[in-house]
Ligand binder design. Structure first.
Ligand SMILES: [Fe+2]
Ligand SMILES: [Fe+2]
Length: 311
């Protein structure tokens, strides 16, 4: 029998699946969930705990899987959807994560990039138009410290920052969202354990860590379908306004303002996701321990988002 891989991040919400879903164990596909069941609750939690990123369907079910995805997307993005905002947020977050994973796995694939780029515009719309959209996505904990999920979170904070800063041009916000989604692309290609405070890195690890923005940007710089702004964000997302960032110790006025936004958003989610600090503590840490590295108004906006999201 022929199987096709599908991403676990596309299986969200309480919609019943119309295909059988298999997991691979020792090179064999084992039936995990039958058609008629759904992925809500503990099933999804268990898969995340095991860091299962891909599942399999029978090739003959491909059409059914596509229609499941289409239904999920329209349930999520339709402002008159009968689904709760929490369910919609889960689906939307998963779709963004899947798009990020697709591009990060095969950046040379133009179709995946275009799909992620279109998705980024839709995602911005969702965040701007849905009152509780921001909260519904940010409340989904990145339990498996997934780089794609981290990308979605940084993209979410970035869009919220842009909104508060009065950046409304749709082209700009789309590229901001996409650049933020893909910013840590290089981490998916390295074995460096990034899920601990930088103070615990030894000199070699730190050196390698500080190269990741350049490694990521260099890997995609010759791909013609990649937008310049996105490549810039990948390169500049660790720069800080007081020249304490890397790889080029740039000053605020040498960095694309969109990269400055992603850098602030990234600094916050790095502490939350990879150092496992509770969001309210994390924003305090960012404010006090990293004073001067990010614009004060960014920090104030992030403080407000955190206090409204995690009550
Ligand atoms: Fe990074
Ligand atoms: Fe990051």
């Amino acid at each position: 029998m022929e199987y096709l891989p599908i991403r676990v991040s596309t299986l969200r919400g309480d919609q019943k699946i119309n295909f059988d879903a298999y997991i691979m164990i020792n090179d064999k596909q084992i039936l995990y969930l039958r058609r008629g069941d759904s992925f809500e609750g503990t099933r999804l939690v268990r898969l995340k705990e095991k860091k299962v990123r891909k599942m399999y369907i029978l090739q003959s079910d491909e059409k059914n899987y596509r229609s499941y995805i289409d239904t999920n997307l329209s349930l999520a993005y339709d402002s008159k959807s009968p689904k709760s905002i929490e369910d919609r947020g889960q689906i939307v977050q998963g779709m963004q994560q899947a798009a990020a994973e697709d591009v990060m796995e095969r950046p040379e694939d133009e179709v995946s990039y275009k799909h992620a780029k279109d998705g980024a515009a839709k995602y911005v719309d969702f965040l701007l138009k849905e009152d509780k959209g921001l909260k519904s996505v940010l409340q989904i904990e990145n339990t498996d410290q997934n780089i794609g999920h981290h990308g979605v979170t940084v993209s979410t904070y970035s869009v919220a920052l842009a909104k508060s800063l009065g950046i409304t041009d749709p082209k700009q916000t789309q590229l901001l969202s996409l650049g933020a989604l893909l910013h840590d692309f290089a981490h998916t290609k390295s074995d460096l354990k990034i899920n601990r405070p930088l103070s615990e890195f030894n000199p070699e690890e730190l050196k390698s860590y500080q190269e990741h923005p350049m490694v990521g940007a260099t890997a995609v710089k010759d791909l013609r379908h990649f937008d310049r702004t996105v490549i810039n964000i990948i390169l500049e997302h660790e720069e800080c306004i007081n020249q304490s960032g890397f790889p080029n110790k740039k000053h605020e006025n040498q960095v694309d303002p969109l990269s400055v936004i992603v850098s602030s958003a990234n600094a916050l989610d790095r502490i939350i996701t990879f150092e496992r600090v509770a969001p309210k503590e994390a924003i305090k840490k960012l404010t006090i321990e990293q004073m001067g590295r990010h614009p004060l108004n960014h920090i104030q906006i992030l403080q407000k988002i955190v206090s409204e999201t995690y009550t």
